[in-house]
Design a protein around this ligand. Structure first.
Ligand code: PRP
Length: 207
């Protein structure tokens, strides 16, 4: 699995805003939402579809009918910051919720919620989480999804650390990754460098 890094200038511009420590909450939320929309658009590029007949006012032709079996899975809390943007692209999607909080000392994610459809084998699944740091949260989320029948998962992560990508690759999970940036590294607190700080705190306030 090689990450799909989106380098469009609008993505890069919104990435600058979320990185900037002087962006206020409203600016941060807005730029994060726009990143969510642009990255989700790319992530949805392989959506399954049928070709169906269409009657225009002039004649008969054919058109594309995208399957309605999309499931978005925001990883709480920060994933909520990009959920609305993804839903604007696929309003028919269903939504499953996973809650993960990283322990600040061990950096190991602790799951506090999994509210998901029972059977996922027919779903096209998109996990939404702005940050891939150690990879622990995404890996735990994808393991849960696979245990419920997920065949393939696409992750939308605004920022990634190389360490998290390596962990995801080593996990062998059936995951594709769309991102705006692979940053330099993790620091000793397992924060992404240069990063953007703590996305959940900047969206919703400190825990
Ligand atoms: C952040 C982020 C990811 C996770 C990434 O969430 O949103 O879910 O950490 O780190 P990892 O790759 O090392 O697991 P956090 O635990 O801070 O929770 P929050 O979104 O509620 O703030």
């Amino acid at each position: 699995m090689e990450p799909n890094v989106i380098t469009h200038p609008l993505v890069a511009d919104r990435l600058r805003i979320v990185r900037d420590a002087s962006s206020d909450t409203a600016q941060f939320r807005s730029a994060m939402e726009q990143l969510g929309q642009m990255l989700s658009y790319e992530a949805l590029t392989n959506l399954e579809f049928d070709t169906v007949p269409v009657t225009t006012p002039v004649t008969e032709t054919t058109g594309t009918y995208v399957h309605r079996n999309v499931l978005f899975v925001p990883v709480l809390r920060a994933g909520l910051g990009i959920l609305d943007a993804a839903l604007r692209l696929v309003p028919e999607a269903s939504i499953g919720f996973v809650g993960m909080a990283r322990n600040e000392e061990s950096h190991v994610p602790e799951a506090y919620l999994a509210s998901l459809p029972k059977d996922l084998d027919a779903k096209q699944i998109f996990v939404l989480d702005p940050m891939l740091a150690t990879g622990g949260s995404l890996i735990a989320t994808c393991e849960e999804l696979v245990s419920r029948g997920a065949k393939h998962i696409t992750a939308v992560c605004v920022l990634c650390a190389p360490e998290g990508i390596a962990a995801l690759q080593e996990s062998g999970l059936p995951v594709s990754l769309v991102t705006a940036s692979i940053d330099e590294r993790l620091n000793s607190d397992a924060f992404i460098v240069p990063g953007l700080g703590d996305a959940g705190d900047r969206l919703f306030g400190p825990r």
